[in-house]
Design a protein around this ligand. Structure first.
Ligand code: ZN
Ligand code: ZN
Length: 269
């Protein structure tokens, strides 16, 4: 049994074969998927995309939120819509939200403001948050800002969250764990150059870890370069297992248990 804790299944790249993709996931043992609901961003009528998918498919849960890339497009009406969508029973987290200083698609001060505003809304909605954090090349700038903002604006909520597609250092992982976060590893843990990610995956406690695809991006080896899909999360499980002396099934089982416990799925939904 495996859980893909972060998948973008809404986009055009899955429009022709979404049902087959989800059938392949089931056949591979991927029984639970968290569909990320950023869609194409504010003003595109897609902020409910993950909820729609979760209603259509068993084992699929949803998030809502505005990605840092699109922070500059956010208007009050989008926040109003998110507030309504967050009450849907399929929504179990707010995200992905955070900071991206690599692409800088939105100005950094705007990214920070929209991030903080969404944390306030997640706190009201009693939802944990899914964090996206990407610094500039050869820099830790986004990590420095992220950890400061989380300490100032989130930790007191007690709701925790997920550092998705973790690409930081062992120190960043430890800082995130100290703040009550789960660390989620994606397919890039299999890439030859990503020793820092493997180092982090070697030390994160097994009960504080998720695995994810972040599909359609970042397909793990041996699918690297192709469109990623939830079935491929087993390759990430294999790699993390190899680092821990465990089988891919062990990692799949443990991270699936973590997912159910963290999101309290046994209690509701
Ligand atoms: Zn992301
Ligand atoms: Zn993502």
């Amino acid at each position: 049994m495996f859980t893909d804790s972060h998948a973008h299944l809404d986009g055009k790249r899955f429009d022709t074969d979404r049902a087959e993709v989800l059938a392949r996931a089931k056949a591979a043992g991927v029984e639970t998927i968290l569909a990320i609901g950023n869609g194409d961003g504010p003003g595109t009528d897609t902020l409910d995309c993950a909820i729609k998918l979760a209603r259509q498919h068993d084992g699929v849960y949803a998030t809502v939120g505005i990605h840092p890339h699109e922070a500059a497009l956010a208007k009050q009406e989008d926040f109003d819509q998110l507030e309504r969508l967050a009450r849907d029973e399929k929504v179990i987290a707010w995200g992905e939200i955070g900071l991206d200083y690599f692409y800088d698609h939105s100005p950094r001060d705007v990214q920070q403001r929209v991030f903080v505003q969404q944390m306030e809304m997640a706190r009201t909605a009693r939802l944990p948050i899914i964090i996206h954090c990407r610094p500039s090349n050869n820099s830790e700038n986004a990590w420095d800002d992220l950890l400061r903002i989380l300490r100032e604006s989130w930790v007191s909520s007690g709701l925790g969250g997920v550092l998705h597609c973790f690409t930081g250092t062992v120190e960043h992982a430890r800082a995130g764990l100290d703040l009550g976060f789960v660390i989620s590893f994606a397919g890039n843990v299999t890439y030859p150059k990503a020793q820092n990610i493997r180092d982090a995956a070697s030390i994160v406690p097994l009960d504080r870890m998720f695995i994810e695809t972040d599909c359609p991006y970042l397909a793990p080896v041996p699918h690297r370069g192709q469109r990623n899909e939830p079935a491929y999360v087993v390759e990430t499980a294999r790699q993390v297992g190899a680092l821990r002396g465990l089988s891919r099934e062990d990692i799949g089982h443990q991270t699936s248990e973590n997912f159910v416990r963290f999101f309290r799925l046994a209690e509701a939904h």
